[in-house]
Design a protein around this ligand. Structure first.
Ligand SMILES: [Zn+2]
Length: 409
């Protein structure tokens, strides 16, 4: 949009420090963002934004970034019992989680998911990648929809009655039929995306797994818990005869539309496969330390070009931590300096959000998804990596509309 093409109704925010997260860590001082019809039409210096916008709002002393992405989460898990301190993953799943999941109240799930969406918006998270129980999927979709949150909502499936109790069994073909109905109802809107999430690979029979790839189209992402515990690895070998990474590669499900959660263990040859196929990796530091006692080799993954994001996983384990607290937890458990790992995760997350939701980077043509932090700083990356605090969230804008906080537009 040039000066001549100034559009009635265009609005700009100006006089802020902008961290666009579009091409590396660059910063625009005394900058702004021009918005028209829910999308960003220019990011640049304040003077430029003033010239092209119908109306501008100066927000001196504020830091402007894309909203955060919580890249792996289950809202319903707040309603099930936490694992005991020494409990490993498989024991928690079979002895506690599956049983309690089958007895969930739909009303509790809806109320809790609404509460969690609002908590996330308050703490600067504008994007969620969820995996939710097929038994309460509709309640979570409705809660995300009414909160205005942007979410990719994975529907659990699994048909292996050796691993799953009958109450939660759902064949992936049935899950896909249901997901396609949601896609029709919610259309191609940018806020909600629907995806398929086999609980983990042992939950699928080899026959069901073999049919999964043919059910997917280019628009759909798949989410898997992969290599989250040694017990899962053993179980997977028993059922499928291969490790999860080799198995996914063999059936053609390992690519940039695949989100792999945890990936704590990988052999050198499996790592090479990951670097070639480039799935998105999600780390959940608190849950990984609790349920496996270890974290993925994050620095290797980053060094070899993988996008590494962070997800809270579920409040049954993280106990109401915020996304920002989980970023700090990650930096405590890795040997990568905080001022390196947090920017890398934020930049990876911005790329993933852009792919999934068409926002997440402050750039022309993206949805106007903007996080305003009440921070006056000369060194925004130092703030983001070392002093970031949810109390500084001033306003969160999605598609050019204020979703939380001060009505800046
Ligand atoms: Zn999980």
């Amino acid at each position: 949009m040039t000066g001549k093409m100034r559009k009635r109704g265009s609005v700009g925010i100006t006089n802020a420090t902008i961290v666009p997260m579009d091409q590396g860590p660059h910063v625009i001082k005394d900058g702004g963002v021009a918005i028209y019809d829910g999308k960003i039409v220019r990011v640049g210096r304040s003077r430029e934004i003033e010239r092209i916008c119908d109306r501008t709002i100066g927000i001196e002393g504020k830091l402007v970034t894309p909203p955060f992405l919580n890249a792996h989460h289950h809202t319903y898990q707040r309603l099930v019992s936490s694992p005991k301190p020494s409990m490993r993953l498989l024991a928690w799943l079979s002895d506690v989680l599956f049983r309690e999941e089958c007895a969930l109240s739909k009303q509790d799930v809806y109320q809790n998911a609404t509460r969690e969406c609002n908590e996330f918006l308050r703490s600067g998270v504008g994007y969620l990648i969820l995996q939710e129980s097929n038994l309460v999927y509709d309640e979570v979709v409705r809660a995300c929809c009414s909160s205005g949150m942007k979410a990719a909502i994975g529907r659990y499936c699994g048909d292996n009655n050796r691993v799953l109790p009958s109450c939660i069994i759902e064949h992936p073909a049935k899950a896909m039929t249901i997901i396609n109905k949601y896609r029709q109802v919610y259309g191609k809107g940018s806020r909600l995306k629907f995806s398929i999430a086999p609980r983990f690979l042992p939950a699928l029979t080899p026959k069901a797994l073999a049919t999964l790839k043919d059910m997917l189209d280019d628009d759909i992402i798949t989410q898997f818990h992969v290599n989250e515990s040694l017990g899962e690895l053993e179980l997977n070998k028993e059922i499928h005869g291969l490790t999860p990474i080799n198995l996914l590669d063999r059936v053609g499900l390992l690519h940039s539309h695949t989100i792999l959660s945890h990936v704590i263990y990988a052999t050198p040859s499996e790592k090479e496969t990951l670097y070639e196929r480039k799935p998105v990796i999600t780390i959940s530091p608190t849950a990984n330390m609790q349920l496996a006692g270890d974290l993925a080799p994050i620095s290797e993954y980053l060094k070899n070009g993988l996008l590494v994001t962070v997800g809270l996983d579920g409040f049954a384990v993280t106990r109401s931590k915020t996304y920002i607290e989980e970023l700090h937890t990650l930096s405590h458990f890795t040997d990568i300096p905080q001022q390196v790992i947090i920017p890398r995760v934020l930049l990876s997350s911005a790329t993933v959000a852009m792919r999934l939701f068409g926002g997440g980077q402050l750039t022309t043509g993206a949805y106007a998804d903007i996080l305003v932090l009440d921070v006056a700083t000369e060194s925004p990356w130092e703030y983001l990596s070392q002093k970031l605090n949810e109390r500084d969230v001033f306003s969160l804008v999605l598609n050019g509309e204020v979703a939380y906080g001060e009505p800046i537009l």
